[in-house]
Ligand binder design. Sequence first.
Ligand SMILES: [Cu+2]
Length: 347
Amino acid sequence: MTLSTNPERDPWFRLVVIMTVVALLVMMGFDALYRDRPKAAANPSQTQAPMSMAPGGSGNSSMTPEQMAAIHRASMEAFPARTAGLGGQVRKPSIQRGVRIFRLMAMPIQWEVTPGQFVTAWAYNNQVPGPEIRVHRGDRIKVILTNHLPEPTVIHWHGVTVPNAMDGVPYVTQDPVMPGGSFTYEFTVVDSPGTYLYHSHFDSTTQVAQGLYGSFVIEPSNASWDVEYTEIVNDGALGYTINGKGWPATTPLVARLGQRVLVRLANVGQMLHPLPLHGYHFTVVDQDGFPLRRPYEADTLVVAPGETYDVVVKADHPGVWALHCHILSHVEGPEGMFGMATALIVQ
Ligand SMILES: [Cu+2]
């Protein structure tokens, strides 16, 4: 290709000029986007990881050994710390003519991630994660979403079999729900018992990171466990969290000696999170809502973005056993434990 001496009339030259202008506008647009976002959204570690946590091993803290020991002790002794707000509360439906009706209201709230650390979260029904929706196979359900956010939104039912029009993808299966608007999702539950998710599918890098997600549990007719917990990890604008809270404000899993504990693990973040449970081997019994024909034993389970696993723990060793992400910068630094950590307490 050669450019003619008269660039005004050369179509290739015009194309190059147009593409350059478009590229500049796109770059300026992204820059403006980032300037408008809270810093934490661009780098979740900034709300949690101390500045002194540079790679390179020991000796890069300005604290004395005694100061380090004291601050570690404080972060441990604070657990479980009280904060305002609890996510993932089970939502009881109202029932009209046999249809179970759930209402989800999306709006910005102030959310206390760790004691005294308030951030602007985007939440369903004032909690992060949103309410846990529990249903049975065969249930007919309606979920009425109302949008009080400053952006359009939609809900996608992750892993759940739904009619195409209910899939919650903007301009593919529905128009987005504009601020002040609402949309009713309606379907019959046909999948296997297990753990599924719901989350925003509009500007999801922002909206899911800010808190617009929740668990959708299809209950079995007979549970083969004594007690159960849902643990959703995220790595967005609220930092490294389990159920919307960072250590030491995460909620412990509590079991009596000998009980069978079902733990529903899910990841709505953008990173892999390998989750080990100290002191125990657990049995993985279900993945993404599919009961495993051959359950398997593991100590550490890598939960990828969008995955869910159900694991069973036989609580036969008393004590406080840490359950945390094994990417160390998500949980522990010179100032002790933070972020994606909780504990199983067997009494
Ligand atoms: Cu992690």
